[in-house]
Design a binder for this molecule. Sequence first.
Ligand SMILES: [Zn+2]
Ligand SMILES: [Zn+2]
Length: 373
Amino acid sequence: MQGRVAVLREYGGEFELREYPVPEVEPGAILVKLTRAGVCGSDLHIWRGEMKDVYGAPPKDLTFGHEMCGRVERLGAGVTTDSNGQPLREGDRITFAYFFPCGRCPVCLQDELGSCPRKARANRVAGTPPYFNNAYGDYYYLRPNHYVYRLPDEISDDIATPVNCALSQVLYGLHRAGLRFGQTAVIQGAGGLGLNAVAVAKDMGADKVIAIDQIPGRLELARAFGADHALSLTELPRPEDRIQAVMDLTGGFGADVVADVVGYPQVIPEGLRMLRSGGCYLEIGNIAPGNMFSYDATALVRGNTRLVATSNYSPWAIPQALAFIRRNLQRLPFERIVSHTFPLERITDAFQQAEWLQREGDPLRISRAALAM
Ligand SMILES: [Zn+2]
Ligand SMILES: [Zn+2]
C-alpha cells in the first residue's frame, strides 16, 4: 500500500506529490488516515522561506504541516484507548498533539510539557521513514507516547482541524497569561488564532474582549466570536489612535491582558502600551527567526509588566479545547474559521490563495485554508 506526501522543493514554489510505502505500525503507535490538514500561519512562514534558518536554504525535499485530524487506520499493539481512557478502535475519528514532550526532563517535571526542550518534532525531509511525519499527506504516523483524543460525532472534520494547533495554542497561552473572570483582553490580529483567542477569552469569563485587525470580514467575524469591540486599522490608522481607543474602553487604565497573534513584531510595542499597570503581554504570533522589537525596559519595570511567550502547549489543552467547542457549538460559527478547502492535489493553490487572502483580504470570508485528503 502506498500513500501520497506533498513535497516542497523551492520556497514560494509548487508542491509535488510523491508516493511512499505505508509503514508497519510498531507497538504503541497509531497509523492515522488523515482527513483534513490546515494551512496555519506558521506553514505560510515556512512556504515563503522565512524559516530557512531552521529548515535550510534551499529547502531539501521539505514536507511539513502540523494542523490536522483523521481516522484510526491501524492501532499498534497495546493501544486500546485514547488519552482520556475512552475505547479507541480502527475507524474512529481523532485529534492529537503533533509534538512529543519527553515527559521525564526537569522541565516536564515542572508540569510544563509544552516547554520541554527535548520534545521530539517531525522530521521534515521527505522520504525519511516512517515517511508520514507531517500533515500534508494521506497518512500520519503517530509515534508511541502520543496524546490522542477521540473526536465527538458533533464536531465535524472542518471544525476539528484547527484544534491541535490554533485553538489549543491560544487556550494554553491565555491560561499561562493568567486571564481571569471579569477582566479585559485585547487580541491583536483576528485570523485563525485571533478568532479562537477571542472566543476562549470570553469563555474564560473575560468581561470585555477587544479585537484589532485591518480586514473588515475578520472584524465582523471577531464580533460573531464574541468580541465586544472590534477596532479597525483602517479607521484607526495610527498606533496612538488604537492605544487611545483601548484606554477609552478601559476607563483610562488599559487592558489586563494583551495578546499578539499577528506574527509581525511591529505590533508588540503598540500592544505593550495598551496594558494596564501590572498587566500581562502574551506573545504567540512571532515564530520566524529574527523578529526583533525594541521597547523601553524602564517602562516595563515601572508598569510592573508581565511578559509571557508561548509556543506549543501542554497536551491537556486538547481535551479542554474539545470541551470548549462542544459547549459553544450552537453559539459560535466555528465552521467559518476554515473558509477554503482544497483537495490535497491542489495544495499549491491552497497556499497561493491563503497567501493572497492574508495580504489582500476578502471582505466576505476569512482566510484560513485547509486540505481534504
Ligand atoms: Zn500552527
Ligand atoms: Zn521533557
